[in-house]
Design a protein around this ligand. Structure first.
Ligand code: FAD
Length: 411
């Protein structure tokens, strides 16, 4: 790891150097819809580890122009259910080695994450999560107020505030990485292995015959294929509908914002489910601040004053000095929310049409493990054990994986 990073530092470059856009062929073995982190990671693993290289990744926009470049880069694995903890734990492990794997510096930084407890019931649920996490090899522990204060000296821990802090869930594995570097790194590595990336190529239809996918219709013509992987995040239900598949997903905007830079004072990621905000300081010194989704379903990336006000009121309770900070930027993405706040991965009712969606507000951290598992599924036709619990059928079998509490404002 250290050697790889040193090499990147000396090379100094994180340039993408993708090959020139090739002509779109009439057919491929695999078409991947969506050139975000998930689509590109899947393409890379297909080419590198399964020898499947007649792969085209189609995107209606540009590389990483969806949520991959809009998220706040929180990486963690301190979920509540065993199924999720195992899955995100393996993703975090892959993230640690990703710069070396891709020969591309993704600026991975292990900083720890503190989720603040403002009530006894918060502490009770944190204890439950910590026990599940520890059992599965994830570093989480409940800590008292003194330890919270020690790790985050600028946090307002006074008792006479609206929601006093009682303690926290400390997750030593919490981390960040440069989000767009992740998709650039996967794209560069995949294209070097022969994968084709086609920007400005929107999928407008899916041809299904005899229950199996045969081709996709695009704004640049028909493309025949044996297999399709759909990895379109906020557009999941719309694109699945093209193949006649109904997904239990509602799409909501999710916004975030960033302040002017300050000197480095905050190492860990901090989140408060009660105030519904989270914060981290970037290596440039800016504070990235986010919270929950907008309260109405919409396909819209516009940012709103209401959300900014809500984030500001919460975050200045926790870090009063930020009342003086200027907001530099605010932005939004669209998130595909499932009823149980867990993804939908694997088979669909259409043969050879595979789903990687329902990532809502939490899918960046899953990028590497999605690449591994989706590629394995495409190449073998067998659903890997790790993603079996996230099958679409769980909604019909009443086997939901409820992560609403552990997702909340932490992403
Ligand atoms: C503000 C915000 C903060 C977030 N913070 C975090 C966080 O801290 N940690 C975390 O883990 N997750 C976070 N997320 C969620 C995370 O960003 C997403 O879950 C993740 O990026 C999904 O990646 P993806 O590759 O599946 O999709 P995307 O990166 O969205 O890529 C999908 C691609 O599909 C393309 N597409 C859509 N329709 C079509 C079509 N018909 N034809 C062709 N192409 C199409 C789009 O143009 C897009 O490029 C956040 C999201 C937002 C919006």
């Amino acid at each position: 790891m250290a050697l790889g990073l040193l090499k990147s530092a000396i090379a100094g470059a994180t340039a993408t150097h993708l090959p020139k856009r090739p002509a779109l062929k009439p057919g491929y073995d695999v078409v991947i819809i969506g050139a975000g982190g998930h689509g590109m990671a899947t393409a890379y693993h297909l080419a590198r580890y399964h020898g499947i290289r007649r792969v085209a990744v189609l995107d209606k926009g540009y590389l990483g122009g969806g949520n991959t470049a809009r998220n706040t880069a929180v990486i963690r694995s301190n979920y509540l259910t065993e199924e999720s903890v195992r899955f995100y734990r393996d993703s975090v492990r892959l993230f640690r080695e990703l710069s070396n794997e891709l020969d591309y510096n993704i600026l991975y930084e292990n900083r720890g994450q503190m989720t603040l407890a403002h009530s006894d019931s918060d502490l009770r649920s944190f204890r439950w999560r910590a026990e599940v996490n520890k059992e599965l090899g994830v570093r989480s522990e409940v800590v008292d107020l003194a330890e919270v204060q020690r790790r985050i000296p600028h946090l307002n821990c006074e008792p006479n505030v609206h929601f006093p802090i009682l303690g926290g869930l400390w997750h030593a594995d919490g981390a960040t990485a440069r989000h767009d570097a992740v998709v650039w790194g996967y794209a560069r590595a995949a294209c070097r292995l022969g994968v084709e990336f086609h920007p400005l190529t929107e999928v407008t239809g899916v041809e299904v015959k005899g229950g199996k996918v045969r081709a996709v219709e695009t704004t640049r013509g028909r493309v025949a294929c044996d297999t399709v992987v759909q990895a379109v995040a906020g557009m999941s239900s719309e694109v699945a509908r093209l193949a006649g598949i109904d997904l239990p997903i509602h799409t909501y905007p999710l916004q975030a914002m960033v302040t002017q830079p300050y000197k480095p004072i905050l190492t860990p990621l901090v989140s408060s489910p009660r105030w519904h905000v989270y914060i981290q300081q970037t290596s440039r010194g800016e504070f990235v601040i986010g919270g929950g989704s907008d309260p109405y379903p919409l396909y819209q990336t516009r940012s709103t004053l209401e959300l900014k006000e809500a984030l500001c009121s919460g975050i200045t309770q926790l870090f009063p000095f930020l009342a003086e900070a200027n907001i530099l930027r605010q932005w939004g993405g669209i998130t595909d929310m499932t009823p149980d706040y867990s993804p939908i991965m694997g088979l669909s009712p259409v043969d050879n049409y595979y789903l990687d969606g329902g990532w809502g507000t939490w899918g960046f951290k899953a990028t590497p493990i999605c690449g591994v598992t989706m590629a394995e599924l495409v190449s073998s036709g067998q659903v890997p054990e790790l993603i079996r619990p996230f099958a679409l059928e769980r909604f019909y079998a009443f086997e939901q994986i409820n992560e609403a509490g552990a997702t909340a404002a932490s992403h």
